[in-house]
Write a protein that binds this ligand. Structure first.
Ligand code: OXD
Ligand code: MN
Length: 585
């Protein structure tokens, strides 16, 4: 008798009509076959076998280079369950409309069946998915980003406990591109894009949008967060999770070489993009990284900003939409070396600045996590790591201080729900526009954001030792327009203050928005920064925050009666602390 998985694959192949079906096992031989197929297609190249062994470079279709939020839908029976921040389509309409695009879409192509596990093998927190795709690039990338083959099949067995995901490149036209999520039946459909976040269905589609829905049903959290361990001079490691919008430095923060390493502070990487947080038997939230690789933004990555990943990406990695040097090495803006003569840009043209940058601003590296020098010995711990602090951060040129701490969990949920950030090239659309991005989950929450806030409030009440909640901003600029804070490895100085707060240290001043470090609380030895800059970084301007409070009120209004009363109370309390007049409210 056929298993539910076999039946689904059969059903899908009846619709898409591929010339053949290949079940993937994640072996080295299979990877080699994928590379050979990609090379034959002409948009992929092997890189220098001496300096980048096992690495390839892929050039995507120029119209398919980033997540397309406007083409991403949550398909719930009731529109209000998707909420005002998601695009919505009724499931029947979606299946009818997009089903037509899948009909015969794989004719003449191979259909790959990729069983994958999100999370460490043997962990009660891990979940299985199966992606059916006609893209060998997706198979090769999934082989890095997830655990594919037997690890997943062993978990699925003859059962139906897996998230099916159907993906086809279609004709790659943005006019026929849809990324659809059916959270009620835990199903994903994606057509018309081969780009990572649209096409590697284990990542944003499953591990965030579908998983956030599952997490609410089952009492856990699926979040757009890195996970790191901060080792202190006693050798103790304290784990923190941090949410930042796309392309705001999660990868660099998670992999940081600490500026305070000589005094015993060291950072260990558990994950760089997604955290699944479950209440553990010890009363702490425990985090696992569901992924097995890093899909990071290349431009700006160099031996100073991220030496660990620069080492990791020298083998078995995939580079997408970067430039290529005459010696077949990958090249991107801000990699620490000047563009060599004969450089090809991301579209394969001889590089000329008149055509724009050599590497697309959202070009990426895809690297196996186990290759990272800073990878934590616990990154695949089936029990996850206990989280003591959650950090939320955005990219704000003004207003938000370098760091502040919430007064308690409820206030923490409020400061996370009201965070804003300037947009980046990770999504199609204007760059640099400030938008509210609650918990950095605006593009990834698979249900009504008001219900999501409520779930967060409930999670804090249900765990005996909820993490302390902080907000950071590495991107504040001075009057001269320059960044006030050096960032990167120096960010450990902020993590150290957070660690001290977790350990009960009292170097904090109360302000209307939360607790800010006292001027001498940050360890700044060896850093060339003026006292004035530090004061500016930590300053809280009530006028700015009054404007923030007004904007937040408008932002919250869209959630109607699904906005938890606790957040309205927090807003009112902030307004009071800021001493706003009734008319300004
Ligand atoms: C990502 C993103 O690729 O957030 O991680 O866009
Ligand atoms: Mn991300």
């Amino acid at each position: 008798m056929s298993t539910p998985l076999e039946l689904w694959v059969e059903e899908v192949s009846r619709i898409t009509r591929p010339k053949q079906i290949v079940w993937c096992d994640g072996s080295g031989r299979e990877r080699e076959q994928m590379v050979e197929t990609l090379l034959a297609e002409g948009r992929t190249f092997r890189l220098n076998e001496q300096s980048y062994p096992g690495c390839i470079l892929n050039r995507s279709d120029p119209s398919d280079v980033a997540r397309t939020e406007q083409l991403t839908f949550i398909c719930t029976r009731r529109r209000e369950d998707a909420g005002p921040t998601n695009n919505w389509m009724a499931p029947a309409e979606a299946k009818d409309k997009v089903g037509k695009l899948f009909a015969g879409a794989m004719a003449g192509r191979t259909m790959y069946v990729v069983p994958y596990l999100m999370g460490p093998a043997g962990s009660p927190f891990s979940r299985a998915g199966v992606e059916v795709t006609d893209s060998p690039y997706v198979v090769a990338s999934m082989g890095i980003m997830a655990r594919i083959g037997s690890a997943a099949l062993d978990q699925i067995g003859a059962g139906r406990d897996f998230v099916p995901g159907l993906h086809s490149l279609g004709d790659l036209s943005p006019d026929r591109r849809f990324i659809l999520h059916f959270p009620e039946e835990k199903l994903i459909w994606s057509v018309g894009s081969g780009y990572g976040g649209n096409a590697l269905l284990g990542k944003k589609c499953f591990a965030l949008r579908i998983a956030s829905w599952m997490a609410r049903e089952q009492g856990w959290l699926a979040e757009h967060m890195l996970i790191l361990g901060l080792e202190d001079p006693s050798g103790k490691i304290t784990y923190m999770a941090a949410a930042f919008p796309s392309a705001c430095g999660k990868t660099n923060l998670a992999m940081m070489v600490s500026a305070l390493e000589s005094s015993g502070y060291r950072v260990w990487t558990v994950g760089d993009d997604i955290a699944w947080l479950h209440p553990g038997p010890d009363g702490y939230l425990h985090a696992v990284n569901p992924e097995a690789g890093f899909f990071g933004v290349a431009p700006g990555t160099n031996p100073q900003t991220n030496p660990n990943v620069m080492q990791a990406l020298r083998q078995n990695s995939i580079f997408t939409n970067v430039g290529m040097t005459p010696s077949r090495e990958p090249w991107w803006e801000g990699n620490g070396s000047p563009p060599p003569a004969g450089l090809l840009d991301w579209q394969g043209r001889t590089f000329s600045s008149a055509n724009g940058p050599a590497a697309h601003p959202n070009s990426r590296f895809t690297v196996p996590a186990g290759q990272l020098p800073s990878i934590s010995p616990h990154w695949e711990d089936p029990a996850g790591v206990p989280i003591s602090a959650i950090i939320f951060g955005g990219r704000r040129a003004r207003v938000a201080p370098l760091v502040f701490e919430s007064m308690n969990w409820q206030h923490g949920v409020f400061i996370a729900a009201t965070m804003a950030s300037e947009t980046t090239a990770a999504q199609t659309g204007a760059v640099g526009v400030t938008r509210r991005d609650p918990m950095a989950m605006l593009p990834f929450c698979g249900y009504h954001m008001g219900d999501y806030f409520r779930h967060w409030l409930e999670m804090g009440r249900s765990v005996p030792h909820p993490p302390k909640i902080f907000r950071v901003n590495w991107f504040r600029r001075g009057a001269d327009g320059k960044f006030l804070w050096p960032g990167f490895g120096e960010n450990v100085r902020v993590l150290k203050w957070i660690l001290e707060r977790v350990q009960g240290g009292d170097h904090a001043t109360e302000t209307p928005i939360g607790l800010v470090p006292t001027p001498d609380a940050l360890t700044l030895d060896g850093l060339n920064i003026s006292r004035g800059a530090v004061e500016e970084l930590l300053s809280v301007d009530p006028d700015d925050w009054r404007r923030e409070a007004e904007e937040t009120k408008t932002f919250f209004a869209q959630f109607g009666d699904r906005l938890p009363a606790e957040l309205t109370q927090e807003h009112a309390a902030l307004v009071k602390r800021l001493g706003m007049s009734a008319s300004a409210r």
